[in-house]
Design a protein around this ligand. Structure first.
Ligand code: TPP
Length: 632
């Protein structure tokens, strides 16, 4: 019987003899590969931490001892070992296990995550709370070399180093963020194990001096110091030690002979310790080892070939956005593109290929990305930051304080706006309309289809101030793309249908379903006006006001949070115009975190489909006309 079959908790794991752990690791790899082949997921990162996770649960007393997984995209082995083995095939599915850590899911999940760089902060908080309560458990945080470059991690390291709490940070160094890790810290880490010089100093000096009888111990210490000095030139130890951490490593993160004794010792140490572990993304599955970037977060794939099962033919919004950007950049040398560690996801890899000198991957540093863009803009450049909506949340203050306050011409391509599917709660782009529209000087737009997206990219770049264009994850509607992108008038919507019963006022991805709903309503002799608002800010007050004064009720539709979003903007506008008694239904995302699931299922659930809009409009019209009749 497979060993994994008998493991329902870390207590079961502890009964496995040490020499059997490599076999168990292979069984776990098999399970992870087969489930991600069907469901998609963060395959490469997870295959890289199988041994490390086994070693941690083997030695720690979880859940009393706390393991914090930074980002938590690498927690599949942890899930398999902590009572979720049977549910594991539901990973990332609607109603199934989350692809990330969730406290609601298990007591072994100590902190919810999905965004990178939060782990060390959370772990420091847990260590401080432990000491306040005079408890003695261990706190361990596993953080990737990509997340180590994020501002939050560095802030937390600095704090932790000064606090001197017992805390172990495990730097899981696979030299990769999603793509190749970038920046000087990453280069610094990289030199650790490629530094032949250090290896030589270690081996030769230490061995030679320690072998001299009588003085070996003393001189051994001196040799160690000399080695430390040499390390200072090229090893990361010094950097972490200066931050207040004891540095241990680097060690091979796939070798239990190294992992178990080192971890055993490290867990006994007092004060903040950083254990540097070297791992390989995708280990055990050749296609993932060969292409860890694609397998970082892959859709369902064929196990034999490693190729995706489904391949769409309609271009995604992302592809259209970047194609347009490249096209405009050929004519305008001022355009500079910026990503925060999402080169592939945002499609900017195509831009990098064509304009390597005008492309910047700043690492997992969203805040820096925005202020860097602001700096560029002060000098006449036309920076474009392409960022997922959910990650832009982290740079809200930079939008407010650095970009918008100076009215700088920074374009923000807000990718993955709205529902993003399997990544779930932490990744839905639910809040962007609401948080961007409140910022003075911001222009915020969302296209009804991919053709309009190309016009909007051009519109942003020709606007002399900050502008955001927000688009969805996935393919467009398959509409024809006009030969060249044009500049749209800022703050002007588009009236797609005239009508006098109901107005459907929609934005972005909801415009097409609103049109389809209108067609169905029209078949029932209901006269429907449809507005494609195009701009969340500035709103087309005149168009919205005029249509509102001609209908009996209106429905606003957005794939974003209702609170403070597009529908709120419409209501504020009508109130300002003195139109205060028009029955209105605001369709959008409710005031709770949205679960994971395919976009089509979630859209049905939240009434964002043609059917959903049709039902709401019909019901609202019925009550609105009933109200009028009663009033008469
Ligand atoms: C704030 C934030 N920005 C971007 C991302 C997207 N993202 C998910 S994992 C990842 C790379 C993480 O690299 P690393 O920390 O080295 O972990 P690995 O997956 O390589 O183990 C990135 C950029 C994110 N989750 N959070």
């Amino acid at each position: 019987m497979p060993i994994l079959q008998a493991i329902n908790s870390p207590a079961d794991l502890k009964r496995v003899p040490r020499q059997r752990l490599p076999v168990l690791a292979e069984e776990i790899r098999e399970q992870i590969i087969s489930v991600t082949a069907t469901n998609g997921g963060h395959l490469a990162s997870n295959l890289g931490v199988v041994e490390l996770t086994l070693a941690l649960h083997y030695l720690l007393e979880t859940p009393m001892d706390k393991i914090v997984w930074d980002t938590s995209n690498q927690a599949y082995t942890h899930k398999l070992l902590t009572g979720r083995r049977e549910e594991f095939p539901t990973l990332r599915q609607y109603g199934g296990l989350s692809g990330f850590c969730k406290r609601e899911e298990s007591v072994f999940d100590t902190f919810n995550a999905g965004h990178a760089g939060t782990g060390v902060s959370a772990a420091v908080g847990m260590a401080v709370a432990r000491d306040l309560e005079e408890q003695g458990h261990k706190v361990v945080c596993v953080v990737g070399d990509g997340a180590m470059t994020s501002g939050m991690t560095l802030e937390a390291m600095e704090h932790a180093g000064g606090l001197h709490k017992d805390l172990v940070i495990i730097l899981n160094d696979n030299q990769m963020s999603i793509s190749k890790n970038v920046g000087s810290l990453s280069a610094y880490l990289n030199r650790t194990f490629t530094g032949e010089f250090v290896t030589r100093v270690r081996a030769e000096t230490g061995h030679l001096l320690r072998s001299i009888p009588g003085i070996g111990g003393q001189i051994g210490k001196m040799a160690h110091r000399a080695e430390e000095l040499a390390k200072g030139l090229i090893l990361p130890g010094l950097l972490f030690e200066e931050l207040g951490f004891r540095y241990v490593g680097p060690i091979d993160g796939h070798n239990f002979e190294h992992l178990l004794p080192t971890l055993e010792n490290v867990l006994k140490l007092k004060g903040p310790t950083l254990l540097h572990v070297i791992t390989k993304k995708g280990l055990g599955y050749e296609p993932a080892m060969n292409d860890p970037v694609w397998f970082h977060a892959c859709p369902a794939f064929d196990r034999e070939t490693g190729r995706p099962v489904k391949k769409g033919t309609i271009p995604s919004y992302t592809t259209v956005a970047v194609k347009t950007l490249c096209r405009l950049a050929r004519e305008d040398r001022r355009i500079v593109a910026i990503t925060a560690a999402m080169c592939e996801g945002t499609g900017l890899s195509a831009f990098e290929k064509e304009f390597p000198d005008r492309f910047h991957d700043v690492g997992i540093a969203e805040q820096h990305a925005l202020t860097f863009a602001a700096g560029l803009a002060t000098q006449g450049a036309r920076p474009v930051v392409a960022m997922y909506s959910t990650f832009l949340q982290r740079a809200f203050d930079q939008v407010v304080h650095d970009v918008a306050t100076q009215n700088l011409p920074v374009t923000i391509c807000v990718d993955r706006g709205g529902l993003v599917a399997e990544d779930g709660t932490t990744h839905h782009g639910a809040f962007d309309f609401a948080y961007l529209r409140q910022v003075p000087n911001m222009v915020v737009m969302a296209p009804k289809d991919e053709n309009e997206l190309q016009h909007m990219i051009r519109t942003c770049l020709s606007h002399n101030g900050p502008a955001a264009v927000r688009y969805s994850r996935g393919s467009g509607w398959g509409v024809d793309l006009e030969p060249s992108p044009t500049v749209l008038p800022i703050g002007r919507g588009e009236l797609l249908r005239e009508g006098c019963d109901v107005a459907l006022v929609a934005i972005g991805i909801t415009v097409v379903p609103a049109l389809r709903a209108a067609e169905r309503l029209a078949e029932e002799d209901i006269s429907v006006a449809v507005i494609n608002a195009r701009f969340v800010k500035p709103l087309d007050h005149a168009l919205i006001g005029r249509v509102a004064s001609q209908v009996k009720c209106q429905v606003t539709v957005e794939e974003g949070c209702r609170m403070g979003g597009f529908g709120s903007a419409v209501l504020e506008s009508l109130s300002d115009q003195g139109i205060i008694n028009l029955p209105t239904k605001v369709i959008g995302l409710p005031d709770h975190y949205i679960e994971q699931g395919p976009q089509d299922i979630l859209r049905v659930q939240y009434g964002l489909t043609a059917d959903g809009i049709y039902e709401e409009a019909k019901a609202l019209l019925a009550t609105a006309t009933m109200g009028v009749e009663e009033h008469r």
